[in-house]
Ligand binder design. Structure first.
Ligand code: MG
Length: 197
């Protein structure tokens, strides 16, 4: 049986990028920002930091991504197991070049079927329509809005910046998860629904 296509985001879904961003920004700006304060997806809107600076730190992190850790230590095993049911397509707007992102995934033992780089988050749902992806795993409220608007499943990794979105957009197709173990269970159950089991 053909595997179900699954789009998986990279930043703050697989990679703990913003955790590293906070460390860098705190060291450089002499601040004590905690990730919990980032209650908007666009960091500059809550922390009073220039948008260009926010982006520059992310750019720098992905240029030499060895400092970035996995969001969850169980991700390599879980994705490996999910590959039996799903064709895993990592879809990311991360600023790193493809080689540095692939290098990071390999060094963290993350297996996947393909990697698609997009420039804007809005391209993710478009890709989903084009190649028929019924499920997305992502932390972005923007992506979630598009995905749910297209009547697809959104498995949302809980982060401080999507708590309000989750609260305000309860629906059968929006499934918030607090860990990858939970994501895995949810995905297997959605796959059974899709296959009509
Ligand atoms: Mg993300």
């Amino acid at each position: 049986m053909e595997r179900i296509k699954l789009a998986v985001d990279l930043d703050d879904t697989i990679a703990d990028t913003t955790d590293e961003w906070v460390k860098e920004a705190n060291a450089e700006l002499g601040r004590a920002i905690s990730k919990d304060e980032i209650t908007e997806y666009d960091i500059y809107k809550v922390l009073g930091i220039e948008q260009e600076y926010v982006q520059a730190v992310y750019n720098r992190l992905w240029k030499e991504p060895h400092e970035i850790k996995l969001l969850d230590d169980n991700i390599p095993k879980i994705l490996n197991d999910l590959m039996e049911t799903f064709e895993i397509i990592i879809v990311t707007a991360a600023p790193g070049n493809t080689e540095s992102i692939k290098g990071w995934l390999t060094s963290n033992r993350v297996r996947y079927d393909s990697l698609v780089k997009v420039v804007h988050a809005s391209e993710k749902a478009e890709l989903g329509d084009r190649i028929g992806i019924p499920i997305f795993v992502d932390d972005s409220p923007k992506v979630a809005t598009d995905v749910l608007g297209a009547n697809k499943y959104m498995v949302m990794v809980r982060q401080p910046w999507n708590a309000r979105f989750i609260e305000e957009n309860r629906s059968e197709k929006l499934v918030p998860v607090s860990s990858w173990a939970e994501a895995s269970e949810t995905l297997e159950s959605i796959s059974n629904t899709i296959k009509g089991i």
